[in-house]
Design a protein around this ligand. Structure first.
Ligand SMILES: Cc1cc2nc3c(=O)[nH]c(=O)nc-3n(C[C@H](O)[C@H](O)[C@H](O)COP(=O)(O)OP(=O)(O)OC[C@H]3O[C@@H](n4cnc5c(N)ncnc54)[C@H](O)[C@@H]3O)c2cc1C
Length: 464
């Protein structure tokens, strides 16, 4: 599988193409009526999910880009805001890089003032063996990650965008057609289902895993379905002193995570096969909660060969007993009707950029949620693309200068690809209960837990 994935990582060098030094602000809507009857913009962002709107936010806040005329188009209806009294079931675990981006956009203080839950420790363990790993700062002085609801995140970013007249957001704006810059034309164009069309110097595809912009780019796209669904739900906890721990257990055929959301609520992400997902969705509330508690607590028969080998590893590493495993809090109920599901897949575009076009977020790369990294990678794209566009502008180049866009691509490929392969590898490693595989992964986990530099390395990667 690793070999077959490698072909999607294209070479990091690209022939340089100079596309000119004209600054886009010289152009007006009138003199480009052929390219977009309904308006010409510097940048059109296709897709207003979390990555699309944060790109608009980062552009607005960047002094070198703050004058640029940006149009963000999204097919879905206008955002209704977050509900003060009800927690949403769509939550993300975000890392420190994402926090930095939110601070840059100005949204972090609003997020904190509404609600966000710090994660002070993570415990990940294998149901098929005694292997376990924990991540935390010494004496829990710092937070390992944060859990935030999508609606709180989106609300806080949109609030920052309000004063900017140069940023236009259009909802209910489904794009039917994308025409990319070609020889003889300097602009890309999008056409809405309503018939309106707009042109821009740079089109950014933030339109998710089925990106229309990416398809139009004709970039190779490696995609596979895990034939799994990610079941999400918000659950109520029984007695729990400090709900600051994120828990993840690898089960023989699935992986379940419990992320802290408030003092007495947590969020579940249970990645499992389609038939099991359907079964879990059909269970009544009490049976569903039993199934979740079982998933965290049920003892599985251990393989004696694996047990013996793990004992030997512990002796070699000089740890006299198996690592102390903590137990997650008891789950007592389902919060509202919060069960929902998302299909899980892997996808990677061989190119993130082309003439007058760039991809960010799931449009460029999609990964399994077991490491909670998908959106964090997308936010990494946002930061990098913003910096690259600012650099191009500062250097007197157009926003669609391909040399600069290629810099963006190279930087992101270097960071995204190893994480994507790592997460995909973990998914494969934990999709079986075959003894040799269980042995290999258990030893790997145990060694990482016991060797501080190795553990620190993985912790830094996960925390961003
Ligand atoms: C179960 C689950 C749990 C996850 N947990 C985490 C986590 O804890 N941490 C993390 O970092 N990541 C997590 N992820 C990944 C994360 O959800 C995605 O990476 C992220 O939502 C992608 O954001 P995006 O803005 O790139 O795309 P999307 O959220 O898919 O947004 C795309 C937008 O484009 C719009 N659009 C699409 N086509 C068109 C069109 N033709 N015209 C106009 N608009 C269009 C859509 O309306 C949509 O608003 C999880 C994923 C799943 C499935």
């Amino acid at each position: 599988m690793f070999c077959s994935l490698k072909y999607c990582i294209r070479t990091l060098s690209k022939p340089s193409v100079l596309t000119g030094v004209r600054n886009c602000s010289q152009f007006t809507e009138q003199n480009h009526s052929n390219f977009g009857k309904n308006g010409h913009f510097d940048i059109i962002i296709v897709g207003g999910g979390a990555t699309g709107i944060s790109l608009a936010g980062a552009i607005a806040k960047n002094p070198k880009l703050s004058e640029k005329k940006v149009l963000l188009l999204d097919a879905s209806p206008s955002f209704k805001g977050y509900n003060e009294n009800v927690y949403s079931n769509r939550v993300y675990s975000i890392n420190h890089n994402t926090v930095e981006l939110m601070k840059y956009i100005g949204a972090w203080d609003t997020i904190k003032s509404i609600r966000i839950r710090p994660v002070k420790q993570m415990q990940v363990w294998d149901a098929c063996s005694d292997a376990l790993i924990t991540f935390n700062h010494d004496n829990f002085i710092g937070d390992v990650a944060y859990v935030v609801e999508n609606d709180v995140l989106v609300h806080s970013i949109l609030k920052e965008l309000q004063p900017y007249n140069n940023i236009t957001i259009r909802n209910d704006a489904k794009i039917d057609k994308v025409i990319l810059e070609q020889d003889g034309s300097t602009y890309g164009k999008v056409q809405l289902a309503s018939g309106e069309d707009f042109s821009a110097e740079l089109l950014v595809g933030a339109d998710g895993a089925n990106s229309m912009v990416r398809k139009q780019m004709n970039a190779n796209h490696f995609a596979l379905s895990y034939n799994q669904m990610g079941l999400i739900a918000t659950v109520e906890l029984g007695e729990c002193d400090d709900n600051f721990v994120a828990w993840q257990r690898f089960l023989p055929n699935s992986v379940i995570a419990l992320l802290p959301l408030s003092e007495n609520l947590s969020s579940i992400v249970w990645s499992t096969y389609a038939k099991h997902f359907k079964h879990l969705m059909q269970l009544d509330e009490a049976d569903f909660i039993d199934a979740v508690n079982n998933a965290f607590l049920q003892k599985y028969e251990k393989n004696s060969v694996v047990e013996m080998a793990m004992g030997a590893v512990r002796t070699i590493l000089n740890t006299n007993s198996s690592v102390v495993r903590q137990l997650p809090p008891q789950i007592t109920g389902l919060y509202g009707k919060s069960r929902a599901g998302f299909p899980l897949g892997f996808g990677h575009a061989s190119s993130y950029v082309g003439r007058g076009v760039a991809l960010i977020g799931d449009a460029a790369h999609r990964i399994h949620p077991l490491a909670g990294m998908g959106l964090n990678l997308g936010f990494g794209d946002v930061k990098c693309l913003t910096e690259t566009l600012a650099k191009a502008t500062y250097n007197g180049f157009a926003l669609n200068d391909l040399n600069h866009l290629c810099e963006y691509e190279q930087q992101r490929l270097k960071l995204n690809v190893p994480i994507m392969l790592g997460v995909h590898g973990l998914q494969q490693l934990y999709s079986t209960d075959l003894s040799p595989v269980v042995l290999a992964r258990s030893i790997g986990l145990q060694i990482t837990q016991q060797v501080p530099p190795l553990k620190k390395f993985f912790m830094q990667k996960a925390m961003g």
